[in-house]
Design a protein around this ligand. Structure first.
Ligand SMILES: Cc1cc2nc3c(=O)[nH]c(=O)nc-3n(C[C@H](O)[C@H](O)[C@H](O)COP(=O)(O)OP(=O)(O)OC[C@H]3O[C@@H](n4cnc5c(N)ncnc54)[C@H](O)[C@@H]3O)c2cc1C
Ligand SMILES: NC(=O)c1ccc[n+]([C@@H]2O[C@H](COP(=O)([O-])OP(=O)(O)OC[C@H]3O[C@@H](n4cnc5c(N)ncnc54)[C@H](OP(=O)(O)O)[C@@H]3O)[C@@H](O)[C@H]2O)c1
Length: 457
């Protein structure tokens, strides 16, 4: 029998998800010393996952990594199969008939919950929704955010929370030459928000945001950051954590927060209040958000595993909008094991596990494999390591019965699915760039799948 990966029988791998982890997995397979055919599926006509639909529009340079993904997509061994939802348009079983291995790289498209009363009141949103809305994600183009409110509270102090605060804080002039969705720019132009509160449950030493991102909050045209100097007097655990010579992150962040605390007056139209050691315990309002109740915390535990514990003292903060930015969460995919407690596909070094035993030919990478943390670059070594597991298993892999893509594409066509190839995507991409030119934007994103497909005729 011909070996998988020999020139006359290339190893066939389906990758589900065309975000960074999917593309880096494709790259690792193509670079391996064997013949390979990699088909990358995405449920959207557009590739690149959160690089297109998560990374903030005013951080365009980060999106330069798309050039790397374009070069991977251009390889003869790689094919993009967009506008196909695995688990709906095509089952995992059907994929297994056409591919020797499947790599699940479908990201974390939902969000963690706070599990507090009032969480679902109108006016309380997840960061996931807001981010997807301002980035023109087709699933969120009809969402509404009531920006006529004067106070917005953002729960969480990670870089996503910073993104949300910054987009709320920036002026139209600061955003109009980005690829922000036009509906979001129009809505933000009418925003009445004056006070933005970014609430962390732990202290400044434990904050998850990074240096450049927090620094930028002090450089905005019309928004001034406010930090209470008392928050920078650390308890003994935080002091020990801060003093640790290895703790470079806190040593970069704390001086920036100190500089914010030293600022005496704000003549700017908006304020960003950065609050520490407070947890939301209830969101209140009759028919929509009117206030949030924050409980004062104290910090317990050991340095680097500090926990927030409520003290029982609470304060009610009037606000009309709440954004919960406490982490994304993976969604289950039909036919694939899912660990509901952690929101990931159970795995060992990327090998998908069912009841603790690896399923032959199933692998996972990226946020759906390890949970919703890590920057774009984190996914490269992660995908390489998980592809190494696949390559190690190669001698044991069962060759699939139908080793070609055409019959699968025919099946999709019979089901009325308009598959979007990489060439198709390049046409949509070019059309978006051209549309953006008139407004001085890098692109004007199409907001619906129908609009994207319409450009293809
Ligand atoms: C708001 C936000 C901003 C960020 N900003 C930055 C930043 O500035 N810099 C940085 O380095 N990192 C940033 N990150 C982190 C970075 O985006 C992630 O590390 C990275 O995108 C994770 O890659 P992934 O491939 O696992 O998931 P994703 O990028 O989410 O890709 C998953 C893909 O799977 C597809 N998919 C899902 N389900 C299916 C299905 N059933 N069938 C087919 N396809 C499916 C999705 O459409 C998506 O394209 C940010 C993250 C967020 C949330
Ligand atoms: N510019 C960039 O490079 C950029 C931009 C956006 C995102 N990203 C990356 O994308 C990843 C995801 O970012 P993220 O901000 O979603 O996640 P994150 O960094 O994990 O931050 C989540 C925040 O939510 C808080 N939180 C969690 N559960 C909570 C609860 N029940 N109550 C109150 N607060 C709670 C966390 O506090 P604790 O710390 O106490 O758990 C933390 O402050 C990160 O790796 C991030 O760096 C990068």
């Amino acid at each position: 029998m011909t070996e998988l990966g020999a020139p006359d029988r290339p190893l066939r791998v389906a990758i589900v998800g065309s975000g960074p982890s999917g593309f880096y997995a494709a790259q690792a397979l193509i670079k391996a010393d064997l013949a390979v055919q990699v088909d990358i599926f995405d449920r959207l006509p557009s590739p690149y996952g959160l690089v297109r639909l998560g990374v903030a529009p005013d951080h365009q340079k980060i999106k330069n990594v798309i050039g790397v993904f374009e070069r991977i997509a251009a390889k003869p061994e790689c094919r993009f199969i967009g506008n196909v939802t695995v688990g709906r348009d095509i089952t995992v079983d059907e994929l297994q008939r056409h591919y020797d291995a499947i790599i699940f790289a479908n990201g974390a498209e939902s969000d963690r919950r706070l599990n507090i009363p009032g969480e679902d009141l109108p006016g309380s949103h997840t960061a996931t929704e807001f981010v997807a809305w301002y980035n023109g994600h087709p699933d969120y183009c009809n969402h509404q955010f009531d920006l006529s409110q004067e106070a917005a509270v953002v729960i969480g102090q990670g870089n996503v929370a910073i993104d949300v605060c910054r987009i709320l804080a920036k002026t139209v002039d600061e955003l109009k030459h980005t690829d922000i969705a036009q509906h979001a720019l129009d809505a933000l132009a009418e925003s009445k928000i004056r006070d933005i509160y970014m609430v962390g449950r732990r202290g400044p030493v434990q904050a998850k945001f990074t240096q450049l991102e927090i620094k930028e909050m002090g450089q905005l045209e019309a928004c001034e950051p406010i930090v209470d100097p008392a928050d920078l007097k650390f308890d003994p655990i935080s002091q020990a954590e801060y003093d640790d010579p290895e703790n470079k992150s806190a040593k970069r962040i704390v001086p920036i927060l100190s500089e914010f605390a030293d600022r005496t007056s704000s003549a700017k139209a908006r304020n960003l209040h950065i609050l520490f050691e407070k947890s939301p315990v209830e969101i209140k309002g009759d028919s929509r958000v009117e206030s949030i109740v924050l409980e004062q915390n104290e910090l317990t535990g050991e340095p680097f595993s500090v926990k927030a514990r409520g003290t029982g003292a609470t304060k009610e903060l009037p606000c009309g909008l709440v954004f919960r930015s406490v982490g994304y969460r993976g969604l289950p995919l039909a036919g694939v094991p899912f660990d509901d407690a952690s929101g990931v596909i159970p795995n060992e070094q990327g090998r998908v596990l069912d009841d603790g035993a690896p399923i032959s030919g199933m692998y996972t990478v990226g946020w759906i494999k390890r949970g919703p943390s890590g920057i774009i670059g984190t996914n490269k070594p992660d995908s390489q390591a998980n592809v190494a597991s696949l390559l190690e298993d190669l001698p044991k892999l069962q060759p699939c019965p139908k080793p070609e893509t055409d019959s699968l594409l025919k099946l999709l066509e019979e089901r009325g699915i308009r598959v979007v190839s990489f060439e198709d995507w390049q046409k949509i991409d070019a059309a978006e760039i051209e549309l953006g030119q008139a407004a001085g934007k890098p692109r004007e994103k199409y907001l619906t799948v129908e609009e994207m497909l319409a450009t293809l005729g």
